[in-house]
Design a protein around this ligand. Structure first.
Ligand SMILES: C[S@@+](CC[C@H](N)C(=O)[O-])C[C@H]1O[C@@H](n2cnc3c(N)ncnc32)[C@H](O)[C@@H]1O
Length: 257
């Protein structure tokens, strides 16, 4: 039987790797490295650095595959485009598992941050298994997500005592506003500065870009006071690096802890 490890490698700093992740790296024969877009070179380099730093033997291979990109045609439904993307990714994953791994070998996907959060690797392996054509065993190794890294860098808890925290996307925040049943919300995948359009709520923002990497930028304060500056700094950083990954925590002001 082939074995697949989905290893969360943390969201930027190689020191985020857990002991369990390091043990898993050392157990794998083949690493599948999938990345795309302008950040690809840096992210692939980081994965190679992680392998070189933490694996105690030379008996492994790295197989790079280009991750298919989501179609962004005007009018195309977002969910439909993501489903299509995941089907394309599934074909790539199947090929990697079928052609690059022999029976009894162990392959690993190195997943940015934690595999449970806005990442399709688990979902895709489940659908391959559900088709029943390509059997394998798989295990998930958790990683430090960008959410945890952001909260640690700002030295702030995500939730108020006994209160819910919501994790959402920039797209949802722009469409639905601040989540109704939460006092705090973490926003990921925001390509449109959705925080800057929020109206009505008195909020604090804790924003971070490239968290855990040498390019890290952190800003925080009352949303109304700092949002324009974050928009400016974000645009500058995006321009300078050619890409950006940022996350932020929004917390209602005046909630008693
Ligand atoms: C496809 S999701 C992957 C999330 C990842 N699985 C995790 O656990 O953080 C990508 C989004 O995560 C956030 N992100 C990932 N790494 C980050 C970092 N180092 N700094 C800030 N945000 C990050 C950004 O919101 C980015 O748009």
């Amino acid at each position: 039987m082939k074995k697949i490890l989905i290893i969360g490698i943390g969201a930027g700093d190689p020191n985020y790797l857990t002991v369990q992740a390091i043990d898993a790296l050392n157990a794998a024969d083949v690493f599948f490295v999938m990345d795309k877009g302008p950040a690809k070179d840096k992210l692939v380099a980081l994965r190679k650095e992680i392998c070189a730093r933490f694996i105690k033997h030379d008996d492994y291979r790295i197989v790079e595959a280009t991750s298919p990109e989501r179609r962004r045609d005007e009018g195309l439904d977002y969910k439909e485009a993501v489903d299509e993307l995941n089907r394309d990714k599934q074909r790539v994953f199947e090929r990697l598992i079928e052609e690059e791994l022999s029976d009894g070998q162990c392959g690993a996907f190195l997943v940015w941050g934690d595999p449970s959060l806005y990442d399709s690797t688990i979902r895709i392996l489940d659908s391959i298994l559900a088709e029943g054509r390509l059997p394998f065993d798989f295990e998930v190794i958790p990683g430090i997500s960008s959410v945890q890294a952001l909260a640690a860098k700002h030295r702030v808890p995500l939730n108020f005592i006994g209160k819910p925290v919501s994790i959402t996307t920039g797209r949802r925040l722009a469409e639905d506003g601040f989540p109704q049943d939460a006092q705090s919300a973490v926003v990921m995948l925001d390509a449109q500065n959705a925080y800057a359009q929020l109206a009505g709520e008195e909020l604090d923002i804790y924003w971070g870009a490239y968290v855990g990497t040498p390019d890290e930028i952190l800003m925080s304060g009352r949303l109304e006071d700092v949002k324009d500056e974050i928009v400016r700094v974000r645009a500058e950083a995006r321009e300078a690096n050619g890409w950006i990954m940022d996350t932020y925590l929004l917390r209602k002001r005046g909630v008693k802890d």
